[in-house]
Design a protein around this ligand. Structure first.
Ligand code: NAG
Ligand code: NAG
Ligand code: ZN
Ligand code: ZN
Length: 419
């Protein structure tokens, strides 16, 4: 149905401008492109402009038809030669010379490449292949900044050499064992003289009802062949760990079905030190690489010396995931308890899609846990000084360790005070 309304549309609209576009340009290839390059380009563009993926977009639909036309003209050595010499006019004359115009069905071409009927769509009630899941490890930096990650997978493509027939010469025969039904009745002997008839899958043709005498050299008759294909995922700022990004109809192809979806699950990559972490070495070495993420918050452990924790008067510059600096500091006299946690507001992860309604992007918090390190050894004079200081102040009330220990109060216990 869709196709007919489509042809009508083609006849009625002034399509001259588009039809006259150079075939090579339409396919985005050089004039000396190989057949392989033509196929590759057709594969990519026809999927991109397929009407089922661009509903209500005439520009894309016209392009889909034009791409099919360009591909069919260039893949055929005879018509390609004519086109190269005489252009569109030459081809038009060539077609006229062959009697009444036989328009090629662009969906038919599409189905030879991708299997199924040439349509995606849930309306056709066609068989769909299984979805395919892959996990992609993305560094935390990319979850923070957003970005594009390209990855390559091996997946089944409908064999180009035999166009999914599995046959070297294009001949496909009806299976003579089952007569094309794919099933056959077999007799099993249960006991001497007692037989049972069982209907089972025909093993001569594997239930397909068809056999191929000369198997395709490329796919060995399997009709599909594994090939690498690259995809680019757009990681949005603040996407959660485990987020799934779907590529419609990009799972394994098969002539018998519409390909299912390729589903990419984003997981977090272990941080690595050094240039491996990013193209930009400067950013790869940032503290942020080692932040730990929990939902919208980030966690960081900062180490302080005993002096800093106790006396204050220190500052730290922490380089965040996009290179900006978060400054932590305390003035003289500000004590920090070991293990205490400081919350730095707004320095956590971007909150995914919080800017969807035109609001500025919102952020979670950065939680800094302080670890205090005591010196291993002291020089003798220093030890003496400290000792004297402690002795001097011991009698004064400092911390009440009993109170702080949380133990039940024992009446007789002598108060034990310490700085
Ligand atoms: C229609 O498709 C064309 C080609 O892909 C694209 O440039 C254009 O933005 C689309 N228009 C709409 C309204 O989606
Ligand atoms: C931290 O950054 C500030 C400016 O933001 C700079 O003045 C200071 O020298 C830096 N300190 C360190 C230890 O890098
Ligand atoms: Zn059979
Ligand atoms: Zn093949």
């Amino acid at each position: 149905m869709l196709f007919f309304s489509f042809i009508l549309l083609l006849c009625t609209l002034p399509l001259l401008a588009l039809c006259a576009e150079d075939y090579y340009k339409l396919l985005g290839v050089e004039r000396d492109a190989s057949d392989r390059e033509l196929r590759k380009s057709y594969r990519k563009l026809s999927k991109q402009y397929h009407p089922d993926k661009n509903p209500d977009n005439e520009t894309a639909q016209e392009r889909f038809v034009a791409i099919a036309e360009a591909y069919e003209a260039l893949i055929e050595p005879e018509t390609r030669k004519i086109y190269d010499q005489y252009g569109h006019d030459g081809l038009t004359k060539h077609k006229q010379g062959r009697g009444p115009g036989h328009a090629h069905d662009p969906f038919d071409l599409f189905s030879r490449f991708f299997g199924g009927s040439g349509h995606f769509g849930h309306h056709s009630g066609e068989r769909r292949g299984p979805n395919m899941e892959v996990r992609l490890a993305v560094p935390l930096r990319e979850f923070y900044n957003g970005g594009e990650t390209t990855f390559t997978i091996e997946k089944d493509h409908v064999c180009e050499a035999c166009e999914g027939s599995g046959s070297e010469d294009g001949e496909v025969d009806v299976c003579d064992v089952c007569g094309g039904r794919g099933m056959r009745i077999q007799k099993h002997m249960l006991a001497p003289g007692i037989f049972q008839q069982v209907q089972g899958t025909c093993d001569a043709c594997g239930g397909k009802g068809k056999t191929v005498r000369h198997k395709c050299n490329v796919c060995g008759g399997a009709r599909v062949a594994k090939e690498p294909e690259s995809f680019t995922v757009h990681v949005e700022r603040g996407m959660p760990k485990g987020a799934r990004v779907s590529f419609e109809n990009e799972a394994d192809e098969n002539p018998d079905w519409i390909a299912g979806d390729l589903i990419v699950q984003l997981v977090e990559k272990e941080p690595v030190l050094g240039p491996d972490g990013a193209e930009d070495e400067h950013i790869a070495r940032t503290d942020g690489t080692f932040f730990r993420r929990k939902g919208k918050d980030l966690f960081w452990r900062e180490v302080l010396s005993l002096r800093e924790a106790w006396m204050g008067d220190w500052a730290r510059n922490i380089t965040h995931l996009d290179g900006h600096v978060v400054r932590l500091s305390r003035p003289r006299g500000a004590v920090i308890q070991p293990g205490s946690v400081e919350m730095v507001e707004g320095q956590g992860m971007p909150i995914w899609q919080s800017d969807a309604e035109g609001d500025p992007l919102a952020f979670g918090n950065l939680l800094v846990e302080y670890v205090v390190v005591l010196p291993d050894m002291m020089d003798e004079a220093m030890e003496g000084d400290f000792w004297a200081t402690w002795e001097k102040w011991r009698a004064k009330v400092g911390v009440d360790l009993f109170k702080d220990s949380g133990r039940p109060v024992i009446v007789e216990a002598s108060a034990h005070d310490e700085l």
